[in-house]
Design a protein around this ligand. Structure first.
Ligand code: AKG
Length: 166
């Protein structure tokens, strides 16, 4: 990942200086588990893989370095967010507790394409709802390992994942 100071937008104000389209409000991936008490360790590591280059023009991912140590309720000032600047084929990797958001795409021509891949503790549901997006007939054909990684198993033993996918 190459990091550079954000030249556009503010995660706080939610409006890019490149145009008036909104950037996404900063959030933490771990907020999808709304009732999760604050634990001593991290529960998730996430990544965004750029399929084409993420730039300030097409809506770079904004990351707030160090925000995983911030108290709940603190939001970034504009200078605290950095644009990840992800070349095609590269990824930005961040903790589930790191404030981040999508930048504003001021370009009509360049669609930003990427893949979100995250890994959460096994007893949490996955950040993306794989269980809803994978048809049962496809899930049934997955290996126990793939099934467990997609969050389709029961977090207990490898055997339970195998039972689920049988
Ligand atoms: O689209 C982006 O750059 C950020 C995506 C995001 O906030 C997320 O996947 O949680």
């Amino acid at each position: 990942m190459t990091a550079k100071p954000a030249s556009s937008g503010t995660a706080k104000a939610g409006v890019s200086s490149l145009d008036k389209r909104k950037v996404s409000a900063p959030s933490r991936g771990e907020w999808v588990w709304k009732r999760l008490p604050k634990l001593s360790g991290e529960v998730e590591i996430a990544s965004l893989i750029a399929l084409n280059e993420f730039t300030p023009e097409n809506g770079d991912t904004l990351i707030v370095p160090g925000s995983h140590r911030w108290e709940e309720g603190r939001y970034p000032e504009p200078h605290e967010a950095v644009a990840a600047g992800i070349p095609a084929g590269s990824a930005v990797v961040y903790l589930g507790s790191t404030l981040h958001g999508g930048g504003s795409n001021g370009s009509d021509a360049i669609i930003r394409r990427g893949i979100h891949v995250s890994y959460a503790l096994g007893w949490l549901r996955t950040e993306e709802n794989n269980g809803l997006s994978i048809p049962p007939e496809v899930a049934r054909g997955l290996s126990p390992r793939a099934s467990a990684l997609l969050g389709l198993g029961i977090h207990a033993t490898r055997q339970s994942a195998a039972v689920t996918s049988a």
